[in-house]
Design a protein around this ligand. Structure first.
Ligand code: OAD
Length: 229
């Protein structure tokens, strides 16, 4: 079976009603990153950080996967599919994809501030100041904040180097190290970039641009890939 590796970003969840970060009205247009998504923010204004992620989590309980997520699942009929997502939502999981690596953490998970191995899944949206792990220390969102390392990048690189086909969907490709993953794909491997604002990435060969929303671009590409096998 050929291996398809797919890198997704906020754009694939946009049609589900989840805000992207850098589009007009995106989350980083209305919130300052350093005030809600950094270790310093957590030190200085925990309430604001908790509230920011509580609102994101609350919304996640209200939205559903869209055609972009759902069509990717169909690829598993004929390919070994690995999704690498920058998204902290669980819409790929709920659509039914089997192999998902979260680079930037998961919104429905929280972890101990004393032992990062102590990770819990919430079945409700609100994480409060005073909610503690079993060791008695405050729980924090299980999210990679700015200035923190990205522990899943090494497994992601190793997956990407084995790709026979590489697909990028709904990401501005400005956040590193995620955006560097495409550099690890073999030169001759066919690559596709689905995003209304997709651009040709400097130094990357065999890249086809599909300048469409995920809801239409993904079904189109998936039909093509299923036919071609
Ligand atoms: P961005 O907000 O930077 O980019 C979203 C991309 O989605 C843009 O390129 C849009 O053109 C595209 N887009 C919008 N609507 C779309 C649609 N319907 N279908 C397909 N694409 C669409 O989001 P990311 O690239 O995901 O990290 O941002 C990367 C990281 O930056 C995030 O994981 C987050 C953020 O800071 C952390 O919070 C750690």
């Amino acid at each position: 079976m050929k291996k398809i590796v797919i890198l997704t970003g906020a754009g694939i969840s946009a049609e589900s009603g989840v805000s992207t970060f850098r589009d007009s009205n995106g989350l980083w247009r209305n919130n300052r990153i350093e005030e809600v998504a950094s270790p310093i923010a957590w030190e200085n204004n925990r309430e604001l950080v908790l509230e920011f992620y509580n609102q994101r989590r609350k919304q996640l309980f209200e939205v559903e996967p869209n055609d972009g997520h759902k069509w990717l699942v169909k690829l598993e009929q004929q390919y070994d599919v690995q999704i690498i997502t920058q998204n902290v939502d669980d819409l790929h999981e709920r659509a039914g994809s089997s192999n998902i690596l979260h680079l930037h953490g998961e919104l429905k998970k929280v972890r101990s501030t004393r032992d990062p191995e102590l990770i819990y899944t919430l079945d409700h949206w609100e994480l409060k100041d005073g909610d503690k792990c079993e060791l008695g220390s405050q729980l924090r969102p299980h999210i990679v904040w700015f200035g923190e390392s990205v522990p899943m990048i090494e497994p992601a690189v190793s997956v990407v180097t084995g790709a026979d086909i590489f697909i990028v969907i709904g990401t501005s490709m400005v956040v590193y190290p995620a955006a560097s993953l495409i550099n690890y794909v073999n030169t001759e491997v066919p690559k596709y970039y689905i995003d209304p604002k997709a651009f040709s990435v400097p130094g990357i060969s065999n890249l086809s641009i599909i300048a469409e929303k995920a809801g239409t671009g993904v079904p189109k590409l998936v039909k093509r890939l299923l036919k071609s096998e």
